[in-house]
Design a protein around this ligand. Structure first.
Ligand code: FES
Length: 274
């Protein structure tokens, strides 16, 4: 059992959990994830490891309560426990000093972005962070990201914080400015957002990495649930990813697979509330 030491609400339906998991805390690298279950027989939920404290033996997990299983997890109180925390899984983020890097986070994707952006800054990159959300209450981790970013640009769809619009508007301005144009872009967020970022950078030849979060079941490359097509080849996000070249990802196919499971999730949600 993995004790929950903290459970904090960051934004509507978004929680930050601090969980006692010493082995994972000691082994994890930025970009890796764990698969958690609240109880035996429950759905397995992949979660990026947002941070880790090997000395304390804890990991920080960000979780969006969007379905029956994730709601069950965020409702576990401090002092309660998760049944499983399996990992670390996936390939660590490829980190090098490229010089100027733009890190783009959309909604809860900002939580996934956080450890990657920090690792890039620690490697000597000048990191410009762009974070966006529907409105102010969906903007998360701005202060934490500002601690190591050269600048943090905020966009909201309703203009309630920062610039009114989308992260791609802010990124387009960065690209157009020779003094701030990134050599590499890293994007994490909803599929349409990552796709828009990749299409924006493509004509400029700017290397673009996206972190995918498809349906995952076993997390070990056995079930095929997380299959994505990248550069015409089938890849498993759990073992080959979760990060891929954004210019090669078949976003169309990825969107189709994600919507396939939505009706099942609806059924589970109704069953849980009846
Ligand atoms: Fe099963 Fe990736 S989650 S193959």
């Amino acid at each position: 059992m993995y004790e929950i030491l903290e459970n904090e609400i960051l934004a509507p339906n978004l929680h930050r959990l601090t969980v006692k998991a010493p082995r994972v805390a000691g082994a994890r690298k930025p970009g890796q994830f764990v698969i958690v279950r609240a109880d035996r027989g429950d759905e397995r939920i992949p979660l990026t490891i947002g941070d880790a404290d090997p000395a304390a033996g804890t990991v920080t997990l960000f979780i969006q309560a969007i379905g029956a299983s994730t709601r069950k997890i965020v409702n576990i109180p401090v002092g309660g426990a998760l049944r499983d925390v399996a990992g670390p899984l996936g390939q660590p983020t490829h980190i090098e000093n490229w010089g100027r890097v733009a890190c783009i986070g959309g909604g809860v994707g900002t939580a996934v972005l956080f450890p990657l952006a920090r690792a890039l800054a620690e490697a000597g990159n000048e990191v410009t962070t762009v974070i966006g959300g529907r409105s102010e209450q969906y903007i998360i981790l701005a202060d934490e990201l500002a601690a190591f970013s050269a600048e943090v640009l905020i966009t909201t769809e309703d203009g309630s914080r920062g610039r009114k619009g989308f992260v791609t508007h802010a990124l387009a301005d960065l690209i157009a400015d020779p003094a701030r144009a990134p050599k590499v872009v890293l994007a994490v967020g909803p599929v349409p957002m990552m796709r828009a970022v990749a299409e924006l950078t493509r004509p400029h030849g700017i290397e673009t990495v996206v972190s995918l979060n498809p349906i995952m079941i076993d997390g070990t490359g056995m079930c095929g649930g997380c299959r994505v097509v990248v550069g015409g080849e089938s890849k498993f996000a759990c073992v080959d990813g979760p990060e891929f070249d954004g210019h090669l990802v078949d976003f169309e196919g990825l969107s189709d697979r994600l919507t396939t499971y939505r009706s099942f999730e609806e059924q589970a949600r109704h069953a849980a509330t009846e």
